[in-house]
Design a protein around this ligand. Structure first.
Ligand code: DAH
Length: 330
């Protein structure tokens, strides 16, 4: 090959090079000690005549230097490109960190709390491990009373430290009513959301561990009409629209009269809570004079409210840890 065509093919090759390795291959092809095009040309110069040597020598050396310097530059470019790939490009948009979000049940609990707060209800907490007295007896559910069968109970092996009382995982949030009334004077209105436990078989509508929100309003002239108004307001705000409400007579030992409350959703009546006027035996138990004080109480299932609001058909999803379910509530 003559110098001119070597030069042309060199520039073509360099233009096609995409990596540092390509450049290295070109270097070997042109400057390689054995068969490099330039090496061969330089080597052949010794066979030329003196005059030819004088012309070709400097030209060939010039081209060799040109090729060397082009290769050095290109190699340097590829090198810094690959370095960049492993260092941080501060101009690149950041990856979005996944922050997580509040669990749907907590969201619903917060919603419910917010609504009752706006109605001037105070928020009260109670223990999940409860004494038999608060969970049953003080709520007018004495030992051996058939009403105890309404709550399948997890009993604890340990007894309470001071009075040797039996302990259990509370089967409902109603014991908070008693704890609060024992230590406070009416009038007041409270809600108490929390976890409850039932010794039951698990299926799409039953969990051994779920949540309730207890409500209690106590005063001199609190009536069923007040309850109807408050609960109507609450339901309207919670579901974001007017809902049809129905009161059905029902039995709970700690209220008289007692009701179950149904709401109409998509033309179907769904039971959403138990309620009633606090039983005079319960009032007497906490030293309230039933001739002066009266109040309404209610207990609703948090999961049930969440399931109705979001059209969820299996209560087990809440505790499944399945992120596909959870992420829908972001
Ligand atoms: N504690 C009841 C249950 O878990 C629900 C309930 C019914 C609560 C009537 C109340 C009430 O406060 O008045 O089944």
């Amino acid at each position: 090959m003559d110098l001119e065509s070597v030069k042309r093919s060199f520039y073509k090759d360099v233009e096609r090079a995409n990596t540092g390795d390509d450049i290295e291959k070109i270097r070997i092809a042109y400057l390689g000690r054995e068969k490099g095009h330039i090496t061969l040309i330089l080597r052949s110069i010794k066979d030329l005549s003196l005059e030819e040597k004088r012309v070709m020598g400097p030209l060939a050396n010039e081209l060799r230097q040109e090729i060397e310097s082009i290769l050095r530059i290109r190699q340097g470019e590829f090198h810094s490109l690959s370095r960049e790939a492993t260092t941080i490009d501060i101009t690149m948009p950041g990856e979005k960190a996944s922050l997580g979000h509040i669990h749907p049940l907590t969201q619903v609990e917060n919603d419910i709390q917010g609504i009752f707060k706006s109605l001037n209800f105070a928020f009260i907490d109670g223990p999940e491990i409860e004494k038999e007295h608060y969970n049953f007896d003080a709520l007018n559910i004495p030992l051996h009373h058939p009403a105890r069968d309404m709550w399948d109970t997890f009993w604890l092996k340990t007894k309470s430290a001071n009075r040797n009382e039996r302990l259990l995982l509370r089967t409902h949030t109603s014991p908070v009513q008693i704890r609060y009334m024992e230590t406070h004077k009416p009038p007041f209105q409270i809600i108490s959301p929390g976890r409850v436990f039932r010794f039951e078989a698990i299926d799409a509508t039953h969990e051994i561990n779920f949540h309730q929100v207890e409500g209690l309003m106590m005063g001199k002239s609190v009536s069923v009409a007040n309850f109807k108004y408050v609960i109507g307001l609450f339901l309207k705000q919670f579901f974001g629209k007017e809902v049809e409400v129905r009161f059905r007579p029902s039995y709970f030992p700690f209220v008289e009269p007692g009701f179950e409350i149904d709401i109409k959703i998509k033309n179907k009546w769904l039971e959403v809570m138990g309620a009633g006027m606090v039983h005079r035996k319960v009032l007497e138990g906490v030293n309230y004079d039933p001739e002066i004080w009266q109040g309404f109480a209610f207990g609703l299932g948090l999961e049930r409210f969440a399931m109705i609001k979001y059209n969820i058909h299996d209560v087990r999803l809440f505790y499944s840890g399945d992120m596909r379910f959870i992420h829908q509530f972001n």
